[in-house]
Design a protein around this ligand. Structure first.
Ligand code: GLN
Length: 246
Protein backbone atom coordinates (compact mmCIF):
# COMPACT_ATOMS: atom_id res chain seq x y z
CA UNK A 1 0.00 0.00 0.00
CA UNK A 2 1.43 3.36 -0.99
CA UNK A 3 1.62 5.67 1.96
CA UNK A 4 1.83 9.13 0.55
CA UNK A 5 3.08 12.10 2.57
CA UNK A 6 2.48 15.51 1.00
CA UNK A 7 5.14 18.12 1.62
CA UNK A 8 4.40 21.78 0.91
CA UNK A 9 7.45 23.83 0.05
CA UNK A 10 6.26 27.36 0.80
CA UNK A 11 7.46 30.20 -1.47
CA UNK A 12 10.62 28.49 -2.80
CA UNK A 13 11.08 31.28 -5.39
CA UNK A 14 11.37 34.16 -2.95
CA UNK A 15 12.04 32.53 0.41
CA UNK A 16 14.91 30.15 -0.02
CA UNK A 17 18.38 31.38 0.92
CA UNK A 18 21.51 29.74 2.32
CA UNK A 19 20.42 26.33 1.12
CA UNK A 20 17.07 26.19 2.89
CA UNK A 21 15.73 24.03 0.04
CA UNK A 22 17.98 21.30 1.50
CA UNK A 23 15.32 20.92 4.19
CA UNK A 24 12.77 19.84 1.58
CA UNK A 25 15.22 17.37 0.01
CA UNK A 26 16.08 15.89 3.39
CA UNK A 27 12.48 15.29 4.40
CA UNK A 28 11.78 13.81 0.98
CA UNK A 29 14.78 11.47 1.19
CA UNK A 30 14.17 10.31 4.75
CA UNK A 31 10.48 9.70 4.10
CA UNK A 32 11.40 7.47 1.16
CA UNK A 33 13.92 5.62 3.32
CA UNK A 34 11.22 5.02 5.93
CA UNK A 35 9.03 3.48 3.22
CA UNK A 36 6.68 6.40 2.62
CA UNK A 37 5.93 8.03 -0.72
CA UNK A 38 6.86 11.70 -0.51
CA UNK A 39 5.20 14.21 -2.84
CA UNK A 40 6.50 17.76 -3.01
CA UNK A 41 4.20 20.65 -3.81
CA UNK A 42 5.92 23.98 -4.44
CA UNK A 43 3.52 26.75 -3.47
CA UNK A 44 4.52 30.21 -4.66
CA UNK A 45 2.29 33.28 -4.83
CA UNK A 46 -1.14 32.51 -6.37
CA UNK A 47 -0.42 28.80 -6.72
CA UNK A 48 -3.22 26.41 -5.81
CA UNK A 49 -3.03 24.68 -2.44
CA UNK A 50 -2.67 20.88 -2.71
CA UNK A 51 -5.41 18.50 -1.53
CA UNK A 52 -3.20 17.26 1.29
CA UNK A 53 -0.57 19.11 3.31
CA UNK A 54 1.17 16.83 5.79
CA UNK A 55 4.37 18.85 6.34
CA UNK A 56 4.93 22.52 5.51
CA UNK A 57 8.48 23.84 5.03
CA UNK A 58 9.43 27.48 4.49
CA UNK A 59 12.78 29.19 4.12
CA UNK A 60 14.42 32.49 4.79
CA UNK A 61 14.54 35.55 2.56
CA UNK A 62 15.70 39.10 2.22
CA UNK A 63 13.38 41.84 3.47
CA UNK A 64 12.26 42.45 -0.13
CA UNK A 65 11.46 38.74 -0.61
CA UNK A 66 9.32 38.96 2.52
CA UNK A 67 7.51 41.99 1.06
CA UNK A 68 6.82 40.05 -2.15
CA UNK A 69 5.09 37.15 -0.47
CA UNK A 70 3.30 38.89 2.40
CA UNK A 71 0.01 39.54 0.58
CA UNK A 72 -0.25 35.93 -0.53
CA UNK A 73 0.70 34.75 2.96
CA UNK A 74 -2.18 36.76 4.39
CA UNK A 75 -4.60 35.19 1.94
CA UNK A 76 -3.52 31.81 3.28
CA UNK A 77 -3.30 32.87 6.94
CA UNK A 78 -6.59 31.30 8.13
CA UNK A 79 -5.74 28.04 6.42
CA UNK A 80 -2.23 27.97 7.88
CA UNK A 81 -3.52 28.85 11.34
CA UNK A 82 -6.09 26.07 11.26
CA UNK A 83 -3.53 23.54 9.97
CA UNK A 84 -1.12 24.55 12.74
CA UNK A 85 -3.88 24.15 15.31
CA UNK A 86 -4.72 20.78 13.85
CA UNK A 87 -1.17 19.56 14.49
CA UNK A 88 0.38 19.80 11.02
CA UNK A 89 4.16 19.90 11.47
CA UNK A 90 5.77 23.01 10.03
CA UNK A 91 9.33 24.30 9.89
CA UNK A 92 9.82 28.00 9.16
CA UNK A 93 13.32 29.40 8.80
CA UNK A 94 14.36 33.00 9.44
CA UNK A 95 12.31 35.26 7.13
CA UNK A 96 9.23 33.05 7.33
CA UNK A 97 9.76 32.44 11.04
CA UNK A 98 9.55 36.22 11.45
CA UNK A 99 6.33 36.40 9.39
CA UNK A 100 4.78 33.52 11.35
CA UNK A 101 5.10 35.84 14.34
CA UNK A 102 3.05 38.96 15.04
CA UNK A 103 5.01 41.52 13.02
CA UNK A 104 8.42 42.44 11.60
CA UNK A 105 9.45 46.07 11.79
CA UNK A 106 12.28 46.29 9.27
CA UNK A 107 15.44 48.30 9.75
CA UNK A 108 14.13 51.00 7.35
CA UNK A 109 11.12 51.48 9.62
CA UNK A 110 8.42 49.77 7.56
CA UNK A 111 6.23 47.25 9.28
CA UNK A 112 5.18 43.88 7.93
CA UNK A 113 2.30 42.28 9.81
CA UNK A 114 2.75 38.58 10.52
CA UNK A 115 0.15 35.82 10.69
CA UNK A 116 0.57 35.27 14.47
CA UNK A 117 0.95 31.51 14.57
CA UNK A 118 3.94 32.08 16.86
CA UNK A 119 3.68 34.53 19.76
CA UNK A 120 6.75 36.62 18.90
CA UNK A 121 7.58 39.98 17.31
CA UNK A 122 10.64 41.14 15.40
CA UNK A 123 12.39 44.48 15.14
CA UNK A 124 15.15 45.10 12.58
CA UNK A 125 18.43 46.59 13.72
CA UNK A 126 21.32 47.93 11.68
CA UNK A 127 23.91 45.39 12.80
CA UNK A 128 23.30 41.98 11.25
CA UNK A 129 23.58 38.87 13.37
CA UNK A 130 25.75 36.50 11.37
CA UNK A 131 27.67 33.33 12.07
CA UNK A 132 27.66 29.66 12.84
CA UNK A 133 25.29 28.77 15.60
CA UNK A 134 25.09 25.94 18.12
CA UNK A 135 22.29 25.65 20.60
CA UNK A 136 20.99 23.17 23.13
CA UNK A 137 17.43 22.09 23.06
CA UNK A 138 15.62 19.92 25.60
CA UNK A 139 13.60 18.33 22.83
CA UNK A 140 16.29 17.81 20.18
CA UNK A 141 19.65 17.84 21.95
CA UNK A 142 22.36 19.95 20.32
CA UNK A 143 21.24 21.78 17.16
CA UNK A 144 23.78 23.21 14.72
CA UNK A 145 23.30 25.72 11.91
CA UNK A 146 24.08 29.18 10.62
CA UNK A 147 22.33 32.52 11.17
CA UNK A 148 22.22 35.75 9.16
CA UNK A 149 19.50 38.24 10.04
CA UNK A 150 18.92 41.84 10.97
CA UNK A 151 15.66 41.16 12.81
CA UNK A 152 15.72 40.76 16.58
CA UNK A 153 12.91 38.47 17.66
CA UNK A 154 11.36 38.54 21.11
CA UNK A 155 9.15 35.71 22.30
CA UNK A 156 5.99 36.35 24.26
CA UNK A 157 6.20 35.00 27.78
CA UNK A 158 4.27 31.76 27.21
CA UNK A 159 6.25 30.75 24.10
CA UNK A 160 8.84 28.02 24.35
CA UNK A 161 12.15 28.67 22.55
CA UNK A 162 13.57 25.95 20.32
CA UNK A 163 16.86 26.16 22.19
CA UNK A 164 19.40 28.28 24.02
CA UNK A 165 22.48 29.52 22.18
CA UNK A 166 25.97 29.42 23.57
CA UNK A 167 27.86 32.64 24.26
CA UNK A 168 29.08 33.16 20.64
CA UNK A 169 25.70 32.99 18.95
CA UNK A 170 22.98 35.64 18.71
CA UNK A 171 19.87 33.52 18.26
CA UNK A 172 16.54 35.32 18.49
CA UNK A 173 17.87 38.69 19.52
CA UNK A 174 21.44 38.56 20.82
CA UNK A 175 20.22 39.41 24.29
CA UNK A 176 18.32 36.65 26.05
CA UNK A 177 20.14 33.60 24.55
CA UNK A 178 16.90 32.09 23.25
CA UNK A 179 16.73 30.81 19.69
CA UNK A 180 13.66 29.93 17.67
CA UNK A 181 10.28 28.89 18.98
CA UNK A 182 8.14 25.76 19.18
CA UNK A 183 4.35 25.98 19.19
CA UNK A 184 2.56 22.65 19.01
CA UNK A 185 4.24 21.04 15.95
CA UNK A 186 5.33 24.35 14.46
CA UNK A 187 9.03 25.16 14.67
CA UNK A 188 10.37 28.59 13.84
CA UNK A 189 14.14 29.14 13.82
CA UNK A 190 16.95 31.33 12.53
CA UNK A 191 18.98 28.22 11.68
CA UNK A 192 20.01 27.97 8.04
CA UNK A 193 22.59 25.40 7.16
CA UNK A 194 20.62 23.68 5.69
CA UNK A 195 19.17 22.79 9.06
CA UNK A 196 17.63 19.37 8.47
CA UNK A 197 20.53 17.46 6.85
CA UNK A 198 22.62 18.27 9.92
CA UNK A 199 19.89 17.75 12.49
CA UNK A 200 18.10 14.44 11.81
CA UNK A 201 16.24 14.60 15.14
CA UNK A 202 14.25 17.57 13.86
CA UNK A 203 13.59 15.88 10.49
CA UNK A 204 12.29 12.81 12.28
CA UNK A 205 10.10 14.90 14.58
CA UNK A 206 8.40 16.45 11.53
CA UNK A 207 8.09 13.10 9.76
CA UNK A 208 6.70 11.28 12.78
CA UNK A 209 4.14 14.00 13.47
CA UNK A 210 3.03 13.97 9.82
CA UNK A 211 2.70 10.18 9.62
CA UNK A 212 0.84 9.95 12.92
CA UNK A 213 -1.57 12.67 11.94
CA UNK A 214 -2.33 11.18 8.53
CA UNK A 215 -2.08 7.44 9.22
CA UNK A 216 -2.50 7.17 12.99
CA UNK A 217 1.00 5.80 13.48
CA UNK A 218 4.59 6.21 12.32
CA UNK A 219 5.49 2.79 10.96
CA UNK A 220 8.72 2.60 8.93
CA UNK A 221 8.84 -0.16 6.31
CA UNK A 222 12.49 -0.60 5.41
CA UNK A 223 14.67 -3.19 3.80
CA UNK A 224 18.35 -3.55 4.72
CA UNK A 225 19.49 -1.14 1.97
CA UNK A 226 17.16 1.57 3.19
CA UNK A 227 18.32 1.10 6.77
CA UNK A 228 21.97 1.28 5.66
CA UNK A 229 21.37 4.41 3.63
CA UNK A 230 19.64 6.11 6.55
CA UNK A 231 22.55 5.14 8.81
CA UNK A 232 24.93 6.63 6.23
CA UNK A 233 23.00 9.92 6.19
CA UNK A 234 23.00 10.00 9.99
CA UNK A 235 26.77 9.41 10.03
CA UNK A 236 27.25 12.31 7.58
CA UNK A 237 25.12 14.50 9.83
CA UNK A 238 27.21 13.46 12.82
CA UNK A 239 30.34 14.45 10.93
CA UNK A 240 28.91 17.87 10.00
CA UNK A 241 27.81 18.41 13.58
CA UNK A 242 31.20 17.46 15.00
CA UNK A 243 32.86 19.99 12.68
CA UNK A 244 30.34 22.67 13.64
CA UNK A 245 30.80 22.10 17.34
CA UNK A 246 34.58 22.48 17.29
N1 GLN B 1 15.19 39.67 6.13
C1 GLN B 1 15.22 39.10 7.43
C2 GLN B 1 16.29 39.72 8.32
O1 GLN B 1 17.29 40.20 7.82
C3 GLN B 1 15.40 37.62 7.34
C4 GLN B 1 16.76 37.20 6.83
C5 GLN B 1 16.87 35.74 6.55
O2 GLN B 1 15.89 35.06 6.24
N2 GLN B 1 18.09 35.23 6.57
O3 GLN B 1 16.15 39.69 9.51
Amino acid sequence: MARQIDIVSLYPKDMNIYGDSGNVLTVERRLALYGYEPRIHAVNQNDPWPDHADIILGGGGQDNGQRKIIEDLFRRADLLRSLAQDGVPMLMICGLYQLFGEYFETVDGSKLEGISIIGAYTVGRDVRMIGNLTESSEQFGTIVGYENHSGQTFLREHVQPLGHVDADGCGNNGEDHTEGAVVNHVIGTYMHGSLLPKNPAISDFLIRAAAERRYGTFAPEQNADMRDELARLDALAEHARAVAEV
